[in-house]
Design a protein around this ligand. Structure first.
Ligand SMILES: NC(=O)c1ccc[n+]([C@@H]2O[C@H](COP(=O)([O-])OP(=O)(O)OC[C@H]3O[C@@H](n4cnc5c(N)ncnc54)[C@H](O)[C@@H]3O)[C@@H](O)[C@H]2O)c1
Ligand SMILES: [Fe+2]
Length: 381
């Protein structure tokens, strides 16, 4: 089968990049923006960095902010109604994965109303039309939803998050401005950054990985591990490295998928509302240990990209351990916890079965049984 690559059409990178939004909106002849953002970003004046520019340029917009972290089916359904009422003709998504994913789901349903129940979008739904044009402006350096063909929605009733994979949801323009990320507190910078590292490492070791995506993932691992500590300290170079590193990781994993660190993180997010990056960071070194015998030489390259010296003189056991240790050290250095107290023994059957059924599980380099997944969840209890 041929390898497919989907990337967003136009992206702007660097401090001050948000000024390009006005030029692009005018060049496309858009009339009114539906701005998707979350209530905290509105409260802390992050959203207004963009809406102020729209106002100054006399561009019409309507704000929609009924979006919670780990966004729900209801957030999407209310958004679809609000979009119809607004008479907007494009979307500007300003936020982390939650705002961007909600924007994608709204845009897809407006263009493909037969999927208005939202649940039917799970997996690779056969939508016919590209979504409403989206300009995506990430405010976290983690999900890379601005350049991925994925979005993730929480089904509160069934206690599960479901992944939707659809090239029709790709934002037409991505604006990656590190200054939009500088207001992130330390904990959020650390967890979203570890989400990005998880994308890069799972994408690099997933079954479908190939030369082109390896190139993106190795560069992303390098940038993220060199930048995350400084980003947590809110240093300019750290923010810039993370903004770019997470985007490059997205160019890769969106095209080849992930693995069981993500399956398990989706389940933890749905059941305990654990922030996505925290769940990924906790699972990543544990899953790397579990997968190691199915990864060939890849952990040598991960260790090298993370700055470990002397990897060419190491035995297989040594370089695999070095890669896992480097990930664990980065996670501890940026303050990520290693245990999740919310998990109870009685929940393990549901957690493991749900992670086993997740769309990311088949891409894992080693096929994990429900029992294996239960054992892996036990390691963070
Ligand atoms: N589409 C994809 O490819 C993809 C990939 C990975 C994860 N996801 C999904 O994305 C969601 C997680 O997104 P996220 O980790 O970016 O976080 P998020 O969007 O859920 O935001 C988390 C919190 O951080 C706050 N925040 C965001 N930016 C901020 C800033 N600059 N300053 C201060 N506060 C800020 C938000 O207001 C919110 O309260 C999950 O639902 C996850 O499953 C999607
Ligand atoms: Fe993720």
């Amino acid at each position: 089968m041929a390898n497919r690559i989907n990337l967003n059409g136009t992206s702007f990178h660097g401090a001050g990049a948000i000024t390009e939004i006005v030029n692009e909106a005018q060049a496309h002849g858009f009339q009114k923006a539906f701005v998707c953002s979350d209530p905290d970003l509105v409260k802390f004046n992050v959203t207004s960095k963009v809406t102020d520019l729209l106002e100054k340029a006399g561009l019409a917009y309507q704000l929609y902010s009924d979006i919670k972290p780990n966004p729900t089916i209801d957030n999407v359904k209310h958004g679809v109604q609000a979009f119809k009422d607004s008479k907007a003709d494009y979307i500007i998504a300003i936020g982390g994965g939650s705002s961007m994913d909600t924007a994608k789901a709204i845009g897809i349903i407006i263009a493909n109303p037969e999927f208005e129940d939202v649940r039917s979008l799970e997996g690779t739904a056969p939508t016919k039309n590209p979504c409403v044009p989206i300009i995506a402006v990430p405010t976290t350096a983690g999900t890379a939803a601005e350049v991925t063909i994925n979005y993730v929605i929480t089904d509160v009733e069934r206690k599960r998050k479901f992944v939707c994979v659809d090239p029709h949801d790709m934002p037409i323009i991505a604006v990656i401005d590190p200054e939009m990320m500088s207001s992130m507190p330390k904990g959020l910078t650390a967890s979203t950054g570890m989400d990005a590292l998880t994308h890069a490492i799972e994408g690099y070791t997933t079954k479908a990985a190939w030369e082109m995506t390896d190139m993106f993932h190795l560069e992303a691992i390098k940038l993220i591990s060199a930048s995350l500590r400084d980003a947590v300290e809110n240093k300019k170079e750290g923010r810039e490295g993370m903004a770019l590193g997470q985007y490059i990781a997205g160019m890769g994993f969106s095209n080849v998928g992930l693995g069981i660190a993500h399956s398990m993180a989706h389940t933890l997010g749905a059941v305990y509302d654990t922030p996505h990056g925290v769940a990924c960071a906790m699972m990543l070194p544990i899953v790397m240990e579990y997968n190691q015998d199915c990864t060939g030489e890849k952990y040598r390259e991960i260790a090298r990209a993370m700055g470990v010296k002397g990897v060419d003189n190491m035995s297989v056991e040594e370089y695999r351990k070095a890669a896992i240790d480097a990930v664990r050290k980065l996670s501890v250095d940026v303050g990520i916890p290693t245990k999740l107290e919310a998990i109870k023994e009685k929940d393990l059957d549901f957690l493991a079965e749900s992670a086993h059924a997740d769309a990311c599980a088949p891409g894992n380099p080693k096929d994990a049984s429900v029992e294996d997944l239960k054992d892996l969840f036990r390691k963070i209890m």
